[in-house]
Write a protein that binds this ligand. Structure first.
Ligand code: FES
Length: 165
């Protein structure tokens, strides 16, 4: 992931350009490849900035407004820089009934930040998200793109935070 604060020209890395070219034939048109293209750049840059969206619009030959609409709809396409660990707490009904508010409150207390904020050291970003598709094992949270923690309790939260380097 490129994390420098210096403005750099946005472009696929060589590897991501190869991946982009490989995925294009799998879609009926260039616009249909928007989400995978955004994911490649999210992985590369850490967040989907306006410059990233403009680059995708140019590469897919679609208006910037279409890319903005897609990027702002999907919460997993972070539009702002996030911490090394992006903790996303489900706030939808099943998890809410199973105690997600208490889980969120505990995380806010432990991390010293509110939902939507990042710790000063850049280690954690805390967010609330809609259903993570594991309603039967709530409360649920997701860390970064692929780590899910279910049936959460305050004690389990403490154990999870303690084991993150
Ligand atoms: S409501 Fe939380 S995972 Fe579905």
């Amino acid at each position: 992931m490129e994390t420098s604060d210096k403005p750099a020209k946005i472009a696929f890395s060589e590897e991501n350009e190869r991946r982009f070219q490989r995925l294009l034939p799998h879609y009926p048109n260039r616009e249909a490849a928007m989400i995978p293209a955004l994911h490649l750049l999210l992985e590369q840059y850490g967040f989907v900035s306006r410059e990233v969206m403009a680059y995708v619009a140019e590469r897919l030959e679609v208006p910037l407004s279409k890319v903005l609409a897609v990027a702002s709809f999907y919460t997993m396409l972070n539009m702002e820089r996030v911490g090394r660990y992006h903790i996303q707490v489900c706030r939808t009904l099943s998890c809410a009934l199973r105690g997600s508010e208490e889980i969120l409150a505990h995380l806010e207390k432990r991390l010293g930040i509110k939902a939507g904020e990042t710790t000063p050291d850049g280690k954690f970003t805390l967010s609330t998200v809609e259903c993570l598709a594991s309603c039967g094992t709530g409360p649920v949270l997701q860390i970064n793109r692929d780590q899910y923690e279910e049936s959460l309790t305050v004690e389990k939260i403490d154990a999870i935070l303690d084991r993150l380097p």
